[in-house]
Ligand binder design. Structure first.
Ligand code: GLN
Length: 303
C-alpha cells in the first residue's frame, strides 16, 4: 500500500499545476498549490500516508458532514428534513437561485451552503462557542485526536468576506428557517475553519466506514447516522460533480474548497486527501484523480 500511494501521488502531482487555489477566502489563496497528500487507515489497523501529510488545512465544506450528524443527534430526522431536503442540487455549492423556487425557502440538501447554514442553525447550545465546542468535540472523537481546533486567521478572513453566505443567510431568514443571521454565519464560518491534516480526515472516514466506531472501537455516532451521511456523500458530496465522481470513483466522499477530501469505503478503509489546487467545480484537481486511480487499483467502488 505504501508503494502504491507514493506511486499514485507522484503520478498525479503534475495535475496540481492545472488547478487553481480558492481565492474568495483570502487566507486559502496563501496555500501552496503544489501540495498533495494522502492517508489511508484500514479497518485492520493499517495506517499509510504519502506526500505532505503532516500539513494542516481547514476542513471547509467537509464540516457539513459533521454538523449534519450532530443536528441529527440533536433533533428527530423529520424535523431536520422538514427544513432541508435530500436531493442533489446539480448547481455550484454556493448557488442561491433554487432557493427562490420553494416557499418557504428549503435548501435542496445539507451539503450545499444554504442547506449547511440551516443545519448549523439547528445545532443545540447556549452560545456560539458552546455550539462550536460540541462540533469540535464530535470531530475530535471521530478522528480520535483531542488536539483538533480552529484556524482563527482563516475564520477571520472568511467572515469579513462572506458576502455570498451572508446573502444566503438573509434569504433564509426572510422565511425564518434559521435563527439569528450573524450567529449562524459565525458558527458556520468557524466550523469551516476547523484545522486538521489528511490523517485526521482518514480517521474520520474510518469512523464512518466502521458505522460510527472510531479507530479505538468507541461507538461515537449512531450506526444508522453513519449510513445516512455516507449516502449524502455519494449523492451530493462532490457538489455538482457528484454524479461523475460516483461513476469514476464510486466511494462516498466529501470535498472542501481548501482542497481536502474525506472518503469512506464501507467496512474497508477511511481515506484523507489534501491538494489545494482545485478544478472548476471547486474539488481538488489532483485529489480526485488520485482517488480514482486508488479505487481502480484496489477495486474500492461500492457499486
Ligand atoms: N467556507 C466555504 C464557503 O462557505 C466552504 C465551501 C466549500 O468548501 N465548498 O464558501
Amino acid at each position: 500500500m505504501q508503494e502504491l500511494l507514493e506511486r499514485l501521488l507522484e503520478k498525479n502531482r503534475p495535475l496540481t499545476q492545472k488547478g487553481k487555489l480558492a481565492k474568495y477566502i483570502p487566507e486559502l489563496a496563501r496555500q501552496d498549490p503544489s501540495t498533495l497528500a494522502v492517508s489511508v487507515v484500514t479497518v485492520d489497523g493499517e495506517t499509510v500516508t504519502a506526500g505532505e501529510c503532516p500539513q494542516k488545512f481547514t476542513i471547509q465544506s467537509i464540516s457539513k458532514v459533521i454538523t449534519l450528524i450532530l443536528a441529527l443527534m440533536d433533533h428527530d430526522e423529520e424535523d431536520v428534513f422538514d427544513k432541508v431536503g435530500m436531493e442533489p442540487a446539480g448547481d455550484p455549492y454556493n448557488s442561491i437561485y433554487k432557493l427562490e423556487m420553494m416557499t418557504p425557502a428549503k435548501p435542496l440538501n445539507p451539503m450545499i451552503n444554504a442547506g449547511a447554514l440551516v443545519v448549523s442553525s439547528m445545532i443545540v447550545g447556549g452560545s456560539v462557542s458552546e455550539r462550536l465546542e460540541r462540533i469540535l468535540d464530535l470531530v475530535r472523537r471521530m478522528a480520535d485526536n483531542p488536539e483538533i481546533g480552529i484556524d482563527s486567521s482563516t475564520f477571520r478572513s472568511e467572515l469579513t468576506t462572506a458576502y455570498r453566505n451572508r446573502s444566503l443567510a438573509y434569504f433564509l431568514k426572510e422565511y425564518d428557517v434559521i435563527g439569528d443571521v450573524e450567529e449562524t454565519l459565525e458558527l458556520y464560518v468557524k466550523h469551516c475553519a476547523i484545522a486538521l491534516n489528511c490523517l485526521d480526515l482518514a480517521r474520520v472516514g474510518l469512523c464512518l466506514a466502521q458505522y460510527g466506531k472510531n479507530i479505538r472501537g468507541e461507538q461515537v455516532i449512531p450506526r444508522d447516522l453513519a449510513r445516512l451521511v455516507k449516502t449524502f456523500m455519494v449523492t451530493c458530496g462532490m457538489y455538482n460533480a457528484s454524479g461523475e465522481f460516483a461513476i469514476r470513483v464510486g466511494i462516498p466522499a466529501k470535498s472542501g474548497v481548501s482542497g481536502g477530501i474525506l472518503a469512506s469505503v464501507p467496512e474497508t478503509m477511511g481515506i484523507g486527501v489534501y491538494g489545494p489546487a482545485l478544478d472548476d467545480k471547486g474539488n481538488s484537481i489532483a485529489g480526485i484523480r488520485l482517488l480514482e486511480d486508488l479505487a481502480k487499483e484496489k477495486n474500492l467502488s461500492i457499486f
